[in-house]
Design a protein around this ligand. Structure first.
Ligand code: PSU
Ligand code: MN
Length: 308
C-alpha cells in the first residue's frame, strides 16, 4: 500500500549494509532559489559519496515516497513550482492523494526511520519562532526529535528563531542537543549563539555509540548534533543579526508554513546572496559529519554491551 521507491544506489547500499545518510528536500524546494538549490543538492550528495557513504534524498513525487532520487528526479524536484512542504501532519495525505512535495526535517526523519536509515544531515532544524508566546508557532521538528530514532546533524537552529526557547523545548522533550567540537550552541550562519549547548561530543564514533545507547535504553527519539559552520564560511553575528531584524520586520504578518521560507528568502536578498553561500557551506559540512557517523554506526553494529 505504501509505495517506497529506493534509488538504485540506496537499494544497493541497503543490500550491502553499507552506510547511508538521509537528506531532506524542503531545503531544495523552499529553502533556496533555483539553480543554486540543485547545485547544492548535487554537491552534498557528492560530499557524502566522497566521505564513504550513500546519500538518500527523500521526497514525495506523484504520491510515491522516494528514498534516494535518481539524478533526473532531483533535477525535476529542484525546478517544480508549487511543490508542497510536507511535515508530519501532511505526509500521509500527500501519499494518499498522489501529491508532489518536499519533506521537512520532521517528515524526513519519519521516512528515514521507516527505511532503516539512522543518520540524516541537513542545514538547520525548525524550532520555536520569536513571538511564539502569541503565535504558538513551534516546529513539528522538535517533537519529531523526541519520538523518532534518527540522529540529525544540523548547524544548530537558525537565528531567525528564538534560540533560548528552542533549547528549552528540546530539554523538556528529552532531546539530546550535542554540540560537535565546541561547547557553545551554534547559530546556523554563525559558529556561536552565545548560549551554551547542553551536551558536547568531539568524535563521530562516540556520537554513533550514543545513538545505539538510546536504543539499548529503550528510549524513543533521536539526537540533535549541532555542528558549527566552518570558521572560513561563517557570517559574524553582528552582521547577520541586522539582516534578521530587517527580515522579521519585513515579514510581519506572514504565518504558519510560510514563515521559514519567506524569512530565508528575504535574508538572501538583504545579504546579496551571502546567506546562501554560508548556508551551502554548512550543509556540506553537516553531510560530511553525517557520513562519518553513519560509517561508525555500520562498523559497530554489535548491540551496545550492557554489563551489570
Ligand atoms: N532551515 C533551513 N532551510 C530550510 C528549513 C530549515 O535552513 O529549508 C526547513 C526544514 O525543512 C525544516 C523546516 O524542517 O524548514 C521547518 O519549517 P517549520 O518551521 O514550518 O516547521
Ligand atoms: Mn511553524
Amino acid at each position: 500500500m505504501l509505495e517506497m521507491r529506493y534509488s538504485s544506489e540506496v537499494a544497493a547500499a541497503r543490500g550491502a549494509g553499507s552506510p547511508i545518510v538521509a537528506l531532506e528536500s524542503t531545503i531544495i524546494t523552499h529553502g533556496m532559489p533555483y539553480p543554486q538549490n540543485l547545485n547544492m543538492a548535487r554537491q552534498v550528495e557528492e560530499d557524502i559519496h566522497a566521505a564513504g557513504a550513500t546519500p538518500a534524498t527523500i521526497a514525495v513525487l506523484d504520491g510515491v515516497l522516494h528514498i534516494g532520487l535518481e539524478p533526473a528526479r532531483l533535477e525535476q524536484l529542484a525546478q517544480i513550482d508549487g511543490a508542497l512542504k510536507l511535515s508530519r501532519a501532511d505526509l500521509a495525505v500527500a501519499l494518499a492523494t498522489g501529491a508532489t512535495g518536499a519533506t521537512t526535517v520532521a517528515a524526513t526523519m519519519i521516512c528515514a526511520a521507516r527505511a532503516g536509515i539512522a543518520v540524516f544531515a541537513t542545514g538547520g532544524i525548525g524550532g520555536v519562532h520569536r513571538g511564539a508566546e502569541d503565535s504558538f508557532d513551534i516546529s513539528a521538528d522538535l517533537h519529531e526529535l523526541a519520538q523518532t530514532p534518527v540522529t540529525v546533524v544540523a548547524a544548530g537552529a537558525k537565528a531567525i528563531l528564538d534560540l533560548p526557547k528552542t533549547l528549552e523545548v528540546l530539554e523538556t522533550l528529552g532531546v539530546p542537543v550535542i554540540a560537535y567540537g565546541q561547547s557553545g550552541f551554534p547559530a546556523f550562519w554563525s559558529r556561536d549563539s552565545g548560549l551554551p549547548a547542553p551536551l558536547r561530543m568531539d568524535d563521530a564514533a562516540q556520537i554513533a555509540r550514543a545513538h545505539q545507547m538510546r536504543a539499548a535504553l529503550g528510549l524513543p527519539g533521536g539526537q540533535l548534533i549541532a555542528n558549527p559552520i566552518p570558521q572560513a564560511d561563517e557570517i559574524p553575528r553582528a552582521v547577520i543579526d541586522g539582516w534578521i531584524a530587517q527580515a522579521l520586520d519585513d515579514c510581519a504578518g506572514v504565518a504558519a508554513k510560510e514563515v521559514t521560507p519567506r524569512l530565508l528568502a528575504r535574508i538572501f536578498e538583504l545579504s546579496d546572496g551571502a546567506s546562501l553561500t554560508a548556508n551551502i557551506a554548512l550543509v556540506r559540512n553537516n553531510a560530511r559529519l553525517g557520513a562519518q557517523i553513519a560509517r561508525a554506526l555500520v562498523s559497530d553494529t554489535a548491540a551496545p554491551h550492557i554489563s551489570g
